[in-house]
Ligand binder design. Structure first.
Ligand SMILES: Nc1ncnc2c1ncn2[C@@H]1O[C@H](COP(=O)(O)OP(=O)(O)OP(=O)(O)O)[C@@H](O)[C@H]1O
Ligand SMILES: [Mg+2]
Length: 240
């Protein structure tokens, strides 16, 4: 579903991604972890064609390049780290149905989908709210609701739990686990990664330093600490 082959990217002269290669099969649930500045968001932006890189990225068999971007973005639902830029219609509902209607789904059906997603995320009360009046966590949920309504083949989520209160974070985890689509989730919330992903890719200074079972990598204290990370809270022993 997602293929990164020898992907490198630099902002001006500063290399950010260095020869990154990995495949994500259809239906896989992959966490992307790494310290601040490791290159997680940059990697997601290259997959969406927002940044142009060296190497080849393929989404569902389609090479990410300018002429293919409409197809790539139809296949990929994405939540960027800064979801402020993602909501552009006046209200939450209009944002949610914009994509599906654009791809030919009748309005009534798009609204039905939107209602189901709003209910699943527990935010039906936000349906007619103006995007600019939402709180930080509400914006995050609205951005997530928008991509869920698209029913994409794969989802790229950059820090999906940021700004969510514990109950909404828990609902998000349930929602993600109930959706059987390919997922690549970048997050510092390693407990969320442990609960929602089977595989983890660890990035450090723009390079893949580990790629394997989530349960193994997220329990490997030495590996995590060597890459400026810490064990998930649920695996941390209480202080004596
Ligand atoms: N627009 C930009 N111009 C120049 N450098 C940038 C730009 N955006 C990011 N960088 C640099 O690229 C590197 C990787 O940034 P990126 O946002 O991909 O990291 P990240 O792993 O997502 O970090 P975080 O965990 O803080 O979100 C960092 O050193 C960052 O300072
Ligand atoms: Mg980031």
């Amino acid at each position: 579903m997602l293929q990164f082959e020898h992907v490198s990217f630099s902002y001006r002269d500063a290399p950010v991604l260095q020869d990154v290669s990995f495949f994500v099969d259809a239906g896989e649930r992959v966490g992307l972890i790494g310290a601040n500045g490791a290159g997680k968001s940059t990697l997601m932006k290259t997959a969406l064609g927002l940044l142009t890189c060296d190497g080849t990225i393929t989404v569902d068999g389609v090479v990410v390049q300018p002429k293919n971007l409409p197809t790539v973005r139809q296949a990929l639902g994405y939540v960027l780290q800064d979801s402020d830029n993602q909501l552009f219609m006046p209200t939450v509902l209009e944002d949610m149905i914009f994509g599906p209607i654009n791809y030919g789904v009748p309005r009534a059906q798009a609204e039905e989908r939107a209602d189901a997603v709003l209910q699943q995320l527990g935010i039906s009360h936000l349906k007619h709210r103006h995007n600019h009046s939402l709180s930080g966590g509400e914006k995050r949920l609205a951005a997530i609701a928008t991509i869920l309504t698209m029913e994409p083949k794969a989802m790229l989520m950059d820090e999906p739990s940021t700004a969510l209160d514990p109950k909404n974070r828990r609902r998000l985890i349930h929602t993600l686990n109930a959706m059987h689509v390919t997922k690549l989730i970048a997050s510092h919330d390693l407990d969320l990664v442990l609960e929602t992903c089977d595989r983890v890719i660890l990035l450090s200074h723009g390079q893949v330093v580990a790629d394997g079972k989530a349960k193994e990598i997220l329990r490997d204290k030495a590996l995590l600490e060597a890459n400026d990370l810490e064990l998930p809270f649920c695996l941390t022993e209480p202080p004596k």
